[in-house]
Design a protein around this ligand. Structure first.
Ligand SMILES: Nc1ncnc2c1ncn2[C@@H]1O[C@H](COP(=O)(O)OP(=O)(O)OP(=O)(O)O)[C@@H](O)[C@H]1O
Length: 438
């Protein structure tokens, strides 16, 4: 019923805060788009600009293809649902739901019929004469939904509508809300910081960080092929294992990914080996999710890493083992790039930017086109490798799924088979190294 397009939209508040930074995003007709990101990343500001409650500083907002920057909120055919429900406490459930119809002058009888229809679709037909204070949290949220859908809007804007509810109810309402809006065929922008909501409800997810759009795609795309290191680290539980790897090319044979004391090998005929080969002599980030790792019997040949259990975490339905494999952990820094956690000579802990600690070997792989130099230039780099005594690298703790309450304990050795086709690669800027499909 409505399409939304943001074109290069930026919002700078009077105090200089850049809340939204050059965001372009399309929401298709009937699509359920989830805006996901941590607190303060600019999600609500995007929503408020689409609603007409904030003006973009620059850029265009189009509704159904028409420029809507100057369209007043009431002319946008939009219904909003907020986390605090914003119900009128002195009105009954029926009056709350029917309020938008009353405002637009709909007569009492058709209004009552429409309210009854909506309430019964939401399973709250039996509480129409109650006041909001006499309802459970879930019922209140259903009333808020009812009030939003009663006018048959062209677009739903929902800002963390489930965040005030307990986890069981959230899961229940997740399915209910996404089922309902799909049934109604209404385009929806849904804001949340909860990745489970995003991945279960969305047709597509747009992930933001510090006002910048990081990645947009179906849940399968953003989870399975995250565009940036930030998205890789943000989505998934346990979080993706991110390891520092130095790349060494053995032409026509394989590309070795050296992970500290151990290595994995990409065979030369694997199409990804050619992309990773550009980083010969450099460090990259290798990401592996827990589902790409399977415990195997000691001595199993193939793509296997050896580790020792540092500690276990029991989650009831599964246990997680965190293994020391002699590799260095990567964390995402303020700029979204990779860093190894290091400790200076004076003992103060600090983060060193991955790109600055890179040691390059001269010479590239024969025939391969070079990549542009990373920003900063080589002259500015110091190398941790050239001064290994001064810095302490944080050892990686590889998260591996085990059956619940396994008969192993901390200190126990484990061999882990790695699904090589499920590895992720990121460069020193935190961008995905890819061979171009998606
Ligand atoms: N009126 C304002 N004046 C100045 N800065 C603002 C204003 N409104 C929001 N901000 C800032 O803009 C940034 C984005 O805020 P926004 O509310 O869009 O984030 P959010 O991702 O929705 O966060 P949350 O999940 O906490 O609501 C934040 O740094 C916030 O402090």
């Amino acid at each position: 019923m409505t399409t939304v397009a943001l074109k290069d939209v930026t919002k700078v508040f009077p105090d200089g805060t850049i809340a939204v930074d050059n965001v372009s995003l399309d929401v298709n007709d009937g699509e359920f788009m989830v805006l996901l990101g941590p607190s303060g990343c600019g999600k609500s500001t995007v929503l408020r600009m689409v609603a007409g409650l904030e003006d973009p500083t620059t850029g265009a907002i189009l509704l159904d293809g028409e420029l809507a920057n100057d369209l007043p909120p009431r002319d946008r055919r939009i219904a909003m649902v907020f986390q605090d429900f914003a119900l009128y406490p002195h009105m009954t459930v029926g009056e709350n739901i029917g309020f938008p119809l009353r405002l637009s002058g709909v007569d009492q009888q058709p209004r009552g019929e429409r309210v009854a229809d909506v309430a019964s679709a939401l399973g709250i037909g039996d509480v129409l004469s109650r006041k909001p204070s006499q309802l459970s949290g879930g019922q209140r949220q259903r009333v808020a939904m009812g009030r939003a859908i009663v006018r048959r809007p062209g677009l739903f804007l929902m800002d963390e509508p489930l965040s005030n509810l307990d986890s069981g109810l959230r899961a229940e309402l997740r399915a209910e809300i996404s089922g309902l809006v799909r049934e109604l065929g209404v385009s929806t922008i849904y804001v949340t910081h909860d990745q489970a909501e995003a991945l279960t409800m969305a047709d597509r997810v747009a992930i933001m960080r510090k006002g910048v759009l990081q990645d947009v795609g179906t849940p399968t795309q953003v989870y399975g092929r995250p565009a940036t290191l930030y998205v890789a680290a943000f989505l998934g539980s346990p979080r993706m294992n991110l390891l520092e790897a130095s790349v060494y090319v053995h032409l026509d044979r394989y590309v070795a990914l050296n992970l500290g004391e151990q290595a994995l090998y990409l065979p030369w005929d694997d199409i990804r080996a050619r992309a990773v080969a550009h980083y010969h002599g450099e460090r990259i980030v290798v990401g592996m999710r827990a589902e790409a790792l399977t415990p195997v019997a000691p001595g199993t040949p193939g793509d296997v890493l050896q580790g020792r259990i540092r500690y276990l975490e029991h989650h009831g339905h599964e246990s997680l083992a965190f293994l020391d494999i002699g590799a260095t952990a990567i964390v995402v820094d303020d700029l979204g790039g990779p860093v190894t956690d290091t400790e200076g000579a004076n003992g103060t802990s600090r983060l060193r930017r991955f790109g600055h600690v890179m040691q390059r070997l001269t010479g590239r792989v024969g025939g391969e086109a070079g990549r542009p130099e990373p920003t900063g230039g080589q002259g500015n780099r110091t190398s941790v490798l050239s001064d290994p005594g001064r810095h302490h690298r944080r050892p990686a703790e590889l998260a591996v799924r085990l059956a619940p309450y396994p008969a192993v304990a901390a200190g126990h050795p484990l061999a882990i088979s790695v699904r090589m086709d499920a590895l992720h690669f990121f460069d020193e800027r935190g961008d995905r190294i890819d061979v171009g499909w998606r």
